[in-house]
Design a protein around this ligand. Structure first.
Ligand code: BYC
Length: 479
């Protein structure tokens, strides 16, 4: 096993803290994947951005202050690399059948297939999101936002590197093949789509983008946290470091939506009404449309947690491969031998909440944690409304609204959580989900603004800029 360090060696072709250059075979394998990655980035990464100098952060170590390094970088020259959190030499497996055993530094033969599947599924989402967002630079509302988009894109690219490293280092030929396939499936591709539903949905505009980074990146936080508990230590450690990158993505979503709400409130004041039509005429997004976007992105993201009752999830847990959120802090047997968990299910056309074996409900439990966390942003957005004396309040729809995965898939449920008829769904869905007309309106607001001191009229400027710079700093130099 390679010697691992907390500082990152940038003198090498692939920056890393995993002793990559002591392992000739692995280095060669990754160096031969690298040009394919760059080709993918150039074809499907951020459009027309190759010559830009972008004010980006690059990790210099995996210590807490390792993020302090900001500077202008051309994106294809960004130093994507392999960074694992520092090892804890005494770490014991925190859950499942192997509870209390020393963590594994290699893949146990019997868990090879499920572990590879988890790593591939995680890895597949990362380039997918870059593909989904690749055209957004053409309509950025400000240079600050453009920079944040690019920062997120390079970090998602690095998250792909993280999973590709695990595949190459621990899964032999199968792993190398899977790493190639990660560059061959594409978001929305009819023949070779990405694995999970939300990653084949388009992100057509910046309102969708903020919703995606708020709701879908938050799924990333919870899934990575569950994998960070894994008995397979290299996976746990890479996820721990990925989580430090994820926080900024959710910040972009939460504050992005907050700024849209802020601007809408200002326009409501200017036009002396909250009438959606007049708010739109005033050049802002009406609150009803925002609620529809919330409904859509929340429902697509809760699908990402899988079935309410899942034998896959039970197997992952029993095998000590994927745990629960903050597993070590939970006060139970960490094996879920006799435990129960209340689960929402659809039975005989009705939504019920019933106790089920907690082992089969691990996905649902993670979804519960996610839903609780998702509420926090809504509370902040509602505070903006309140501070402007606006009565409207955003809400999270029922977890069974608009679902394609789980017991409510294919069943019509309104945002309040009532099962309704298909014809009622058909006649009402335009009130709950963005219509073609709503999308066209939001699309009509999307105009590129890149002068340092300017911002699009439908969004307020951020309260502060990046790394202590003013918000209207020249974050991107177009050359
Ligand atoms: N779409 O027993 P079940 C992120 C499949 S986001 C399509 O419920 P399981 C990021 C499932 O694969 C985090 N298919 O499933 C965010 C299974 O298929 P098979 C990504 C779906 O396996 C923003 C079948 O249905 N990470 O990082 O317990 C930007 C039965 O499923 C979906 C992970 O997801 C779906 N939504 O749970 C960038 C972690 N849901 O086996 C990045 C790794 C389920 O019958 N993945 N299916 O063919 C996992 O832990 C699990 O695969 C899932 C599904 C939680 C996703």
């Amino acid at each position: 096993m390679a010697i691992e360090h907390s500082s990152i060696d940038y003198s090498e072709r692939i920056p890393n803290n995993v002793g990559l250059y002591d392992n000739r075979r692995l280095r060669r394998a990754l160096e031969s994947w690298q040009p394919n990655y760059i080709k993918w980035w150039q074809e499907l990464g951020p459009e027309r951005s190759t010559g830009f100098d972008v004010y980006l952060r690059t990790a210099i170590s995996v210590e807490t202050d390792g993020w302090a390094n900001f500077g202008f970088v051309k994106m294809p020259e960004y130093r994507w690399g392999i960074f694992l959190a520092k090892p804890d030499l005494d770490r014991k497996i925190p859950f499942g059948d192997h509870l209390g055993e020393p963590v594994w530094q290699d893949v146990p033969g019997e868990y090879r297939a499920p572990l590879r599947r988890l790593i591939v599924t995680q890895g597949d989402t990362e380039p997918a999101s870059v593909e989904q967002q690749n055209h957004l630079g053409a309509t950025c509302p400000s240079m600050y936002d453009l920079r944040n988009l690019f920062q997120i894109n390079v970090e998602e690219g690095r998250h792909l590197w993280a999973m590709v490293y695990l595949l190459h280092a621990y899964f032999g030929r199968d792993g190398r093949e899977e790493a190639e396939l990660l560059l061959e499936r594409h978001s929305g591709d009819a023949d070779k789509p990405r694995i999970l539903g939300a990653f084949n949905e388009p992100t057509p505009d910046w309102l969708s983008y903020y919703m995606f980074t708020y709701f879908t990146d938050r799924d990333g936080k919870y899934q990575l946290a569950a994998l960070a508990e894994s008995g397979f230590d290299p996976l746990a450690r890479t996820c721990q470091f990925m989580l430090t990158e994820e926080a900024h993505h959710m910040f972009v979503g939460e504050t992005g939506i907050m700024r849209v709400v802020q601007r809408s409130c200002e326009v409501m004041k200017e036009v002396h009404t909250d009438d959606p039509k007049q708010v739109r005429e005033g050049g802002a997004v009406d609150l009803e449309t925002m609620q529809k976007y919330i409904n859509l992105h929340f429902s697509v993201s809760v699908d990402l947690f899988g079935q309410e009752i899942s034998t896959n999830a039970a197997t992952y847990f029993n095998s000590s491969l994927k745990g629960r959120y903050l597993e070590a802090r939970l006060d139970d047997d960490h094996r879920l031998t006799d435990a129960l968990w209340p689960v929402h299910l659809v039975q005989d056309g009705r939504i019920i909440l019933e106790d089920r074996p907690a082992l089969n409900a691990v996905n649902e439990r993670l979804r519960d944690d996610y839903i609780k966390d998702s509420q926090r942003g809504l509370a902040r957005w509602n505070q903006v409304l309140e501070s402007h004396g606006v009565e409207y309040r955003f809400t999270i729809p029922h977890r069974f609204f608009n679902r394609n995965i789980g017991t409510s898939a294919g069943i019509s449920v309104n945002p309040q959580g009532d099962v309704i008829t298909e014809s009622e769904w058909q006649s009402q869905q335009g009130r709950w989900l963005p219509t073609a007309e709503d999308r066209a309106f939001v699309g009509s607001l999307m105009n590129r603004v890149t002068e340092p001191e300017k911002i699009a009229g439908w969004i307020a400027p951020p309260v502060r800029g990046i790394n202590g710079q003013p918000w209207d700093y020249e974050y991107v130099r177009f050359n």
